[in-house]
Design a protein around this ligand. Structure first.
Ligand SMILES: Cc1ncc(COP(=O)(O)O)c(C=O)c1O
Length: 442
């Protein structure tokens, strides 16, 4: 890859960086200046293997020609069209393409600009759905401990990560949480779905007994919890949640912002686990992370409930200036085409066992207390340093970066989710670097 002169700006003070230790970063900045395929290039000219698909989003790998060309062409052809009461072809084409790759019941697509917005949209659709059907008492929302549903108020209210919640006031009222499914004593070093924990879904019956099922609008969970440090659903857990939701007329929302678009080797986790929710939230892999875009997938049952009343009346008072933005839509279409033409979901599925073996070969290295995996996702849980939680994993992150590998850490857990174009040699490279880091970690 061509690389000229370092492009690090002199002044880093103005940019207040998201989810970043700003002072630490600015003292010792880590800058990517270009990317191609599986690798980033740093400002000091080093290649860094992308072990995290950016932030779980660059599923097709970097600098994919179809996507780049589609964006360039669309910018010159139709840069923006109003999203309300007006349309443009690409948004409709993309919605159809998403519908065609989604499991059967998902016939309709509502566009957003991020995972957080998809979550807000899904929660609002769920509330409004009950209301338009005359069940307006269904206002309560149920999330889960350790859940991550983005950073807006609905998402942090149903989410269950304490630091994302505790600084921000009283949040939404009328929210309950299911228990998380992390059972380290029963499930450790498990390959795929753990055996123990399906019973945790039954806590929903407790919440129903407390509030009355007809006061509950929706349950939202990540089918595979990513940001909390990668927790696979115990066998039977999602099935049980589905069963209880159906029994009480509660909508089930799967937050597939991470699992959507091939991460588990199928288009969506719903398909992978064979459990159908009522709404699916997506973002990230929809446009390969290149242009912000998200989407909520809805069944006809949900969508059609809104399609009554006078035809000239707006059915859902919700939407964003950039819902279905033309350039994002073009990027989405080209991304889905890239997945299809390069067989990337099949590649992810085909490499899952190789990935699993390579990941679990790290068992026994210093400080490693658990390893979890599914599809092209892996987690390595480290024993925290006494009195300094997160420090050990963050040190691993810094050392991996220095050694040419991008990993992601939450708490003392290392999460891995490479682009789906990865091959066996790159899997070996990734775990070779990581083993080296772990062997030398304090
Ligand atoms: C499950 C889940 N939901 C929502 C989000 C929020 O997405 P965004 O950062 O695009 O708002 C994320 C981001 O990682 C996520 O993992």
């Amino acid at each position: 890859m061509a690389y000229d002169t370092p492009k690090v700006p002199n002044d880093l003070s103005a940019f207040w960086m998201p989810f970043t230790a700003n002072r630490q970063f600015k003292k010792n900045p880590r800058m990517f200046v270009s990317a191609d395929g599986m690798y980033y290039k740093t400002a000091d000219g080093r290649d860094v293997l992308d072990g995290t698909a950016g932030l779980w989003c660059v599923n097709a790998g970097h600098n994919r020609p179809l996507i780049t060309e589609a964006i360039q062409k669309q910018a010159a052809e139709l840069d923006y069209a109003p999203a309300f009461q007006m349309g443009h072809p690409k948004a409709f084409e993309l919605a159809t393409a998403i519908r065609d790759m989604a499991p059967d019941p998902f016939e309709h697509v509502f566009f957003t600009n991020s995972g957080s917005e998809s979550v807000e949209t899904a929660l609002k659709i769920a509330l409004a759905y009950h209301r338009v059907r005359g069940e307006g008492t269904r206002t309560r929302l149920i999330g889960r401990e350790r859940g991550y549903h983005g950073v807006n108020f609905g998402g942090i209210s149903v989410g269950g990560i304490v630091n994302n919640r505790k600084f921000f006031g009283s949040l939404l009222t009328g929210v309950d949480h299911l228990p998380h499914t992390h059972l380290p004593d029963q499930n450790s070093f498990v390959r795929g779905q753990p055996e123990h924990g399906a019973y945790l879904a039954e806590d929903l019956e407790r919440i129903v007994a407390l509030h009355g099922g007809d006061n509950i609008a929706a349950v939202i969970v990540e089918p595979m919890a990513g940001s909390t440090g990668v927790l696979m659903p115990p066998k039977g857990y999602l099935e049980k949640l589905r069963e209880i939701c159906t029994k009480h007329g509660i909508l089930l929302i799967f937050d597939e912002v991470i699992t959507g678009f091939g991460r588990l080797g199928s288009s969506f986790a719903a398909e992978h686990f064979g459990v159908m929710p009522d709404l699916i939230t997506t973002a990230k892999g929809l446009t390969n992370g290149v242009i912000p875009m998200g989407a909520v997938l809805a069944t006809s049952k949900i969508h059609d409930a809104f399609m009554s009343g006078p035809e000239e009346a707006i059915e859902l008072f919700h939407g964003y200036t950039y819902s279905g933005n033309p350039i994002a839509s073009a990027a989405g279409l080209a991304t889905l085409r890239t997945y299809r033409e390069d067989g990337l979901f099949e590649n992810a599925a085909g490499l899952a066992n190789y990935w699993e073996d390579a990941l679990h070969s790290l068992k026994g290295l210093p400080h490693v207390i658990d390893i979890r995996n599914m599809g092209l996702i892996g987690a390595i849980e480290l024993e925290g340093i006494e009195g300094a939680p997160t420090k050990r994993a963050f040190n691993a992150f810094l050392q991996a970066y220095d050694k040419g590998l991008l990993i992601r850490t939450t708490g003392d857990i290392i999460a891995l989710s490479p682009p789906l174009m990865i091959n066996k040699a790159q899997i070996d490279e990734l775990f070779g670097i990581l083993a080296d880091v772990l062997k030398n970690l304090d």
